[in-house]
Write a protein that binds this ligand. Sequence first.
Ligand code: MG
Length: 273
Amino acid sequence: MSLYNKDLLKLPAKLLTMKKQFYSVFVLAMVIKSVSGQAKHEDTEFYTPVPPVVTPVSANTAAPPKDAVILFDGKNLDNWVTTNDTTKPATWDVSDGILTVNKTGGNIQTKQSFQDYQLHLEWRIPKNITGTGQARGNSGLFLASIGKGDAGYELQILDSYNNPTYVNGQAGSIYKQFAPLVNPNFPPGEWQSYDIAWKAPRFKEDGSVLTPARVTVYFNGILVQNNVELKGPTLYVGQPSYQKHNPANPIKLQAHGDKSEPISFRNIWIRPA
Ligand code: MG
């Protein structure tokens, strides 16, 4: 047998070794990808810098301007429907002029859609609130509801009076995008106010963003979001991004699934701008 032929005989074994090596490298690469590449909810939760506490003087509880559209006047939920089935009325509790979350009733949203606007809302964490972090008085105001469940742009509502959590998830945050500039929470049991200027996003024909959403928020009369440019609708896991949608949408309130006592609302009005 010539040298040439001997080498030829060794070739299949060599090829098999190469195949094995390639396979090992491939499996390793897949393992690394699955460990490092999978988005986790913790990836978008930040704990510093902690917004300084500012004690507010008073919540804004002024009566609505004459041209405001009254979304909740203390009497009924005629202007609202159940988010997950908009043919059904909203089933949250209304009594003594106050709206209280029905946690089994799901999110509720306005029948009417709004584009750019000024909005006022008052909310109260019950005095007997229990739980910690995100499981303590969690609700939310969706500045535009763009679908079922929590689809949309959430301004977080939470008991953030001596209740640490990730700063871009505390009260006054644009959830998982912008922490509030300061922490002006009142203690549980007291009424608090949000006053908001919202500019809806606009999209081009081809679906790309023409102008992103912008929002300014006053919390108990104190500026907590100063004309921030949103990165897209709220996401619990992963990085937000825009998908073309109608700029006019309903306003939505969140029935969060945590076990803490339900929170209440009153005096909700809006002025298209
Ligand atoms: Mg929430």
